[in-house]
Design a protein around this ligand. Structure first.
Ligand SMILES: [Zn+2]
Length: 230
């Protein structure tokens, strides 16, 4: 069957606006993608993410480098797309976003500065409920462009934490104390931690602390988006 005929018989629609997708579009139409608020410079975006995290944690520097592609606003087209990725099973979109984030990073840093990608893990129960981890899908897309392995065995989420939504920074940190474990004795030196959206940074900071306690020499962070202060 030709692509045109297939598209005619099984039309796909944009998960943000509901319009029919063109054959070259995937998940989300070009107009909606263009409406996402993207950073224009990788170094500047990293500095904004790093500063945002440090502002919540008294200037402590947890990350070697930081990378971020988008600014996340509530009720924005990007939120719709990420919601569809997380809760409506559109996990292919996570891989697409990951490829884009990987390309963005590979233009800015030498590949030898990263040994592996570690997605922020979901708790096992949440994983069962949602069937996949969105950070892992993003990391898989990034791995294609960065040519680095994704390691899901280095960082585990043990204690069940309540949702971070609605908690203040300090409560978020307390909620995550002891939440992450590193089960393996050997830890690669330079880790790139991957998450979908960073809000205060409490989750990625707790994960980075666990990785460092577990033997990582340096931890960098890559987030698809940084939540705007609203
Ligand atoms: Zn659209």
């Amino acid at each position: 069957m030709s692509d045109r005929l297939f598209h005619f018989l099984f039309p796909e629609v944009c998960i943000v606006c509901g319009k029919l997708l063109m054959p070259f579009e995937n998940g989300c139409c070009t107009a909606c993608r263009n409406s996402f608020e993207a950073f224009s410079d990788c170094v500047e975006a990293g500095a904004v993410l790093m500063h945002s995290i440090e502002s919540h944690f008294k200037g402590n520097c947890f990350f070697e480098r930081a990378f971020c592609r988008y600014v996340f606003h509530r009720q924005s087209p990007l939120q719709k797309a990420l919601h569809a990725m997380k809760y409506e099973g559109m996990y292919d979109l996570g891989v697409l976003f990951g490829r884009e984030l990987g390309a963005w990073i590979s233009d800015a840093v030498p590949p030898e500065s990263i040994d592996c990608l570690v997605p922020v893990p979901l708790h096992r129960l949440k994983h069962i409920e949602r069937s996949f981890n969105q950070a892992e899908k993003i990391a898989l897309g990034m791995a294609e462009t960065l040519q680095k392995p994704v390691r899901t065995d280095l960082l585990l989420r043990g204690r069940f934490t309540v949702s971070q939504t609605g908690l203040h920074v300090r409560a978020r940190r307390r909620n995550l104390d002891g939440a992450f474990q590193t089960p393996l004795p050997d830890m690669p030196g330079r880790i790139l931690l991957v998450d979908d959206v960073v809000t205060t940074g409490a989750t990625v900071v707790a994960a980075a602390e666990a990785l460092k306690r577990g033997g990582a020499a340096s931890v960098s962070v890559a987030a698809l988006a940084l939540a705007a202060k609203e």
